[in-house]
Write a protein that binds this ligand. Structure first.
Ligand SMILES: [Cu+2]
Length: 565
């Protein structure tokens, strides 16, 4: 989440004038160079200055505690400081452990002083379970400085059940009454097959390579009744596929993978969730197809913190969200294609940010999508979604992205835009290629760029741009050899603009989904765990990407500005 404070600070920088377009480019270099080349950009915990080692900060970002294991002396106070964009919490593994906080908001902190030696496991219930995902351990030394019993067992690494000789199918409710019960019984390779019904469950999957499938996408419904956190949460488990079901009314996410190598979500519907719809975090080798996400304040689809992600979103629809797609600090063989992004505040928004490790966002391909009418001020929305409102495809501080063969129309501000993202750091867009798109009916500019360097535009069909003559000022491939830009995008104006406030996701105008097809042969199709996905993505890029065509305007669109029902 972008804080108002940081916005104003950056707004001042932009407004100062001394930092013009060239100045922005100059700032880009040192910040880019300062960005860590590999994963752990997570701040290290350290004793607080002047605190004589009796205080320690555990930094919570999305979705990690750092350090994961904190070894302290008795009497030390631990501060859990949430520096991410999402809310987190601290739940002790053992109830009654005497510490914990159900909700630590963005920018907030929770503290507890540990007096008694021992090993205290905890986790964030939104993003982890004991020992998996977003979890941690506090080891309080004995008075003599030695480690307490049990300390040697901490963080031994992941292990899971072994596969059966032959995979089996476990039916819900025929074999096991609840989805969770069936999942807990499943071994790698097994299929959990769920019959139509409404299930008030928050399913947690920690076993590798199981397939969870509904018999009917629209009639197998996970319903959190606004009381449960995630519909399906896959934590530190590889190769799990979830298919053909609906999740609705969850406080956090519909379908969520974290720490996975290999994941797939197919024929999934997510509506009315408090954070994201369909969500992969710190996970690689993923495939989302025929999915639908609506009614979340952050993004309907989110792939965050991965490189190379080796991931694909295809044949999907995202609408009535804060953002259609968001991909913070993600990239590398990450493809968004053949999908529809509409009626969100903003459409497709690859972005770099401080709230997660692994910046910057990079090497994402947005190709062959239909992106229209993302101006919807009546959705739930995090601040970043409000800031982005009125834009179709918006690269906010990303690098080396390719945006091509998209049809983009009807946006209050911009069609395809590459701009800086003012967070704690200013993240600049660099070396993004916007080529061969059709863009029309944008309030400010069909194509626009502000800040960064090497952003190029060529062979697009468009009417307006900022700077004007964008394909001459920023020609491909270099984006820098063109004529001097005039009529720049006034980013300040949009940073300062007032946007409609967020609407509670429980009551926002989130219409029923359009008719969505179920998975073919759900009753009989063989279980296919999410293995070999990276190869499949690379094969698609090598063999299929060149065949993608710009979509046509849908025939059933009668008006250009589609009203919110
Ligand atoms: Cu969390």
């Amino acid at each position: 989440m972008v804080g108002h404070g940081s916005l104003r600070r950056i707004a001042a920088v932009v407004a100062a004038g001394a930092v013009g377009f060239a100045g922005m480019t100059a700032i880009a270099a040192p910040i880019g160079a300062a960005a860590p080349a590999d994963r752990p950009a997570v701040a290290n915990a350290a004793p607080r200055p002047g605190a004589a080692y009796n205080e320690l900060t555990v930094t919570m970002v999305d979705n990690v505690n750092a350090p994961r294991t904190a070894t302290i002396n008795p009497g030390t106070t631990i501060h859990w400081a949430n520096e991410g964009r999402n809310e987190h919490n601290v739940k002790p593994n053992k109830a009654g452990a005497g510490f914990g906080d159900d909700l630590i908001g963005v920018g907030e902190e929770y503290q507890h002083t540990f007096e008694t030696p021992g090993v205290f496991g905890y986790y964030c219930s939104f993003h982890g379970t004991p020992g998996k995902g977003m979890y941690g351990t506090v080891i309080v030394r004995n008075a003599d400085g030695s480690l307490p019993a049990g300390a040697e067992k901490v963080d031994k690494g992941r292990s899971g059940p072994a596969a059966r000789g032959k995979p089996i199918t476990i039916r819900v409710p025929a074999d096991v009454k609840t989805i969770q019960g069936a999942v807990d019984r499943a071994k790698p390779g097994d299929l959990v097959l769920v019959s139509p019904g409404v299930y008030h469950e928050a399913v947690v999957i920690t076993t590798d390579r199981i397939v969870l499938r509904g018999l009917d996408r629209n009639k197998v419904i996970l319903d959190g009744r606004y009381q449960l956190e995630n519909g399906v949460k896959v934590i530190d488990a590889d190769g799990v596929a979830v298919e053909n079901m609906t999740a609705r009314k969850y406080e956090r996410n519909g379908f969520f993978w974290t720490g996975a190598k290999g994941y797939r979500g197919s024929y999934l519907t997510s509506t009315r969730t408090g954070d994201y719809g369909i969500y992969a975090f710190d996970s690689v080798d993923g495939w989302f197809d025929h999915d639908y996400g609506a009614g979340s304040p952050d993004a309907g689809f989110y792939i965050g913190q991965c490189y190379p992600c080796n991931a694909m979103i295809t044949h999907s629809i995202s609408e009535y969200n804060g953002l259609g797609y968001s991909g913070t600090n993600a990239g590398g063989d990450l493809v968004i294609t053949n999908s529809i992004w509409r009626f969100n505040r903003a459409g497709v928004v690859p972005n770099s940010g401080d709230g997660e490790a692994n910046p910057p966002e990079r090497e994402t391909t947005v190709i062959g999508n239909l992106v229209y009418d993302n101006n919807n001020g009546q959705t739930p929305a995090i601040d970043a979604a409000k800031l982005a409102q009125g834009n179709g495809i918006l690269v906010a501080g990303g690098e080396d992205n390719l945006i091509t063969k998209n049809l983009v129309f009807d946006h209050d501000i911009g069609g395809i835009v590459t701009v800086l993202n003012p967070e704690k750091n200013v993240w600049f867009p660099n070396n993004n290629t916007t080529i061969d798109n059709t863009v029309r009916d944008s309030g400010e500019a069909d194509l626009a760029t502000f800040g960064g360097e090497g952003n190029c535009f060529a062979d697009n069909r468009f009417a307006t741009s900022k700077p004007s003559n964008i394909e001459q000022t920023n020609p491909c491939p270099s984006g820098t050899k063109g004529i001097e830009p005039t009529d720049q995008l006034d980013l300040q104006k949009y940073i300062d603009a007032t946007k409609p406030p967020t609407v509670d996701y429980k009551i926002a105008k989130t219409p029923k989904p359009p008719k969505l097809a179920s998975m073919p042969n759900a009753a009989s199709a063989k279980a296919a765990p999410a293995v070999g996905i990276a190869k499949r993505v690379k094969r698609w890029i090598a063999q299929e990407q060149a065949k993608v065509r710009t979509p046509r305007t849908p025939k059933d669109l009668r008006t250009t500005r589609v009203p919110v029902p």
